[in-house]
Design a protein around this ligand. Structure first.
Ligand code: ZN
Length: 464
C-alpha cells in the first residue's frame, strides 16, 4: 500500500464520516474522492483478496447475497456492496469501509455486485488478481436502460477484456450469456443451469433472444424454464447450450420460501434444498453453488449452505407490519416481473392482498410501457379462482394509475382497486386491513416506501 493510496483511504473515510454527521448516505461520494486522489485505488485495496464480480440483468443482488452466505458459512470473511451501490464509486466506497486507517483490507473475499455498464470500470483495476466473474443472465431491461440485449453483452465483454486470467461462471441456459465463453481466450469456464422445464404454468412467451446469436436462425428448445432461458440449440449452425457442471437435474417441489431439487455437482447427484423463494431464484442458488466449487468447497458444505440462504433487501423481505405481515418484492423489468407473477399465481390465496407500486424515475425506467409486457392476465385467472370478498389490490407510485389501467385490461375487478399515493396514508390503510400483503414495487418506490415503513416498524438495516 503506497502513501498515495493510504492517503486516499483516509480522505475517503473522512468524507464518509462528514456525510454521516450531515445525515446523508455515504455509498458513492467517498469513492469519487478516492478515485480522484488515486485512480488505481481499487487495485491497491483488492490486491490480497479474492474477488468475485456478479453481473447480468436479473438476480445480481440475490446471487451476491447467496455467494456471501455460502462463503461466510464456510468460515471465510467477505466484504460486499449489497445495497446495490453497484457502480465503480460504490464498489470503491465498500472497500474503503472494510479498510483500516492505513488502507489494509483484511478479508478473504470481495463479493461485488457490478452494474453491466460499470463492469469495465471496476475490472480495469483487477488485472493479475484472482477474479471470478459470474454472469446471471441477459434480459431486456426497462426499454430505456441499455437498449438492446446485444449492447449489454458487449458491455460485459469489455469488462472481461481487462482480466484475461478470469474464472468465468456462466448461465448455460441463456444463449447470450453462454456465448461469453467463446470470447475468452482460455477455458476456465464453469456453467450452471436447469436441466428440466419449470413446471409452474410458467412459460412466459416472451423471449429476448429468439434468434441465434451467430446465424440468426430461430432457436429450438429441448426444455425451457422462463423467458429465453432453457436447453436451446440452433439447427442451422450448431450453436447450442453447453452441459452445465452445476445443475438442477430435477425440480421436485416449489415451496413458499424454497425449492427441493436434485442437484448435480460435477457429475455427482444430491438431494438438495435451495432456500430462496420463487422458481427464478433456483438460478441464483445454482450460481452460488458454482462459485462454491470455484472456491474449492466440499459438496456437503455447498449443500448445507444452500439450505440456509437468506434473502437480501427488497427480495421477498418479510416485514411485521401487523400479525399477518407483508412481503416486499422488487421488480425491475418484464422478465423479472413475470417470474414474480408466476410466484404469485402459484402462492396467492384469497387471504392475500397485493400492492403494486410504479415510479418513472431513471432508476425505475422513465418509459413505463414495459408493464404491458407483463402477463397480469395469468394472475387474474388465478385471482378469479381464489378471491374472497375483502381482497383488495392497492396501487401506489407516480405511475400507479398506469398499473391500474394495465390490470383493468387484464380483467381484474376494478371494484377492488385502491389507489393511494401517499405512502404514510397507505401504510395506515394496510395496517387497518391487517391482511397479508404482497408488495410488488419498482426500485424507487421500494426505497421510499420502505423508509416510511421504517417509521412504524423495526426494519433490518442495510447500508446505503
Ligand atoms: Zn445458429
Amino acid at each position: 500500500m503506497g502513501v498515495r493510496s493510504a492517503f486516499a483511504v483516509m480522505a475517503g473515510k473522512l468524507t464518509a464520516f462528514t456525510l454521516r454527521i450531515l445525515g446523508k448516505g455515504a455509498t458513492s461520494l467517498p469513492g469519487v474522492v478516492m478515485l480522484k486522489l488515486c485512480p488505481n485505488i481499487l487495485g491497491d485495496l483488492a490486491k490480497d483478496i479474492k474477488v468475485i464480480c456478479v453481473t447480468g440483468t436479473n438476480g445480481k443482488t440475490t446471487t451476491c447475497h447467496a455467494i456471501a452466505d455460502m462463503l461466510t458459512a464456510n468460515g471465510y470473511t467477505c466484504l460486499s456492496n449489497e445495497a446495490g451501490a453497484n457502480m465503480i464509486n460504490g464498489v470503491v466506497s465498500c472497500f474503503m469501509n472494510a479498510a483500516s486507517l492505513t488502507g489494509k483490507v483484511k478479508r478473504d473475499y470481495a463479493v461485488l455486485e457490478c452494474d453491466e455498464a460499470s463492469l469495465k470500470h471496476i475490472t480495469k483495476s483487477f488485472g493479475g488478481l484472482d477474479v471470478t466473474v459470474v454472469v446471471t443472465n441477459i434480459f431486456r431491461d426497462q426499454l430505456d436502460r441499455y437498449g438492446e440485449v446485444l449492447t449489454t453483452l458487449e458491455l460485459i465483454k469489455k469488462g472481461l477484456a481487462f482480466i484475461p486470467q478470469v474464472k468465468l461462471v456462466l448461465n448455460a441456459d441463456c444463449s447470450l450469456t453462454s456465448s461469453l465463453a467463446e470470447s475468452m481466450p482460455h477455458k476456465d469456464v464453469r456453467f450452471f443451469g436447469v436441466n428440466c422445464a419449470f413446471d409452474h404454468n410458467s412459460s412466459s412467451g416472451i423471449s429476448d433472444a429468439v434468434y441465434c446469436i451467430k446465424c440468426k436462425s430461430k432457436y429450438k428448445y429441448h426444455s425451457r424454464t422462463f423467458g429465453h432461458l432453457g436447453d436451446f440449440y440452433c439447427e442451422n449452425c450448431g450453436y447450442r447450450r453447453q452441459a452445465p457442471s452445476v445443475a438442477a437435474q430435477q425440480i421436485k417441489a416449489f415451496n413458499t420460501g424454497s425449492a427441493d431439487i436434485t442437484l448435480l455437482l460435477d457429475g455427482k447427484q444430491y438431494e438438495a434444498q435451495i432456500t430462496l423463494p420463487g422458481a427464478y431464484n433456483i438460478y441464483n442458488g445454482l450460481a452460488a453453488a458454482a462459485v462454491g466449487k470455484v472456491a474449492g468447497l466440499d459438496d456437503s458444505r455447498i449443500i448445507a449452505a444452500l439450505k440456509k440462504l437468506t434473502t437480501p433487501f427488497g427480495r421477498m423481505e418479510h416485514i411485521a407490519l401487523h400479525d399477518k405481515g407483508v412481503e416486499l418484492i422488487l421488480v425491475k423489468n418484464p422478465a423479472g416481473f413475470n417470474e414474480v407473477i408466476s410466484f404469485l399465481t402459484a402462492h396467492c390465496t384469497g387471504e392475500d392482498d397485493i400492492l403494486f407500486g410504479l415510479n418513472d424515475n431513471s432508476a425505475d425506467g422513465t418509459d413505463v410501457s414495459w408493464i404491458w409486457d407483463v402477463e397480469f392476465e395469468k394472475l387474474c385467472g388465478r385471482i378469479d379462482e381464489v378471491k374472497t370478498e375483502n381482497q383488495r389490490f392497492f396501487f401506489t407510485g407516480r405511475r400507479g394509475e398506469d398499473l391500474e389501467v394495465r390490470l383493468k385490461y387484464a380483467g381484474f375487478d376494478t371494484n377492488r382497486f385502491v389507489l393511494e399515493k401517499d405512502y404514510r396514508t397507505l401504510i395506515q390503510k394496510l395496517r387497518k386491513t391487517g391482511r397479508h400483503t404482497y408488495m410488488v414495487l419498482s426500485y424507487t418506490v421500494m426505497l421510499g416506501f420502505r423508509d416510511k415503513l421504517g417509521e412504524v416498524v423495526e426494519l433490518k438495516k442495510y447500508a446505503r
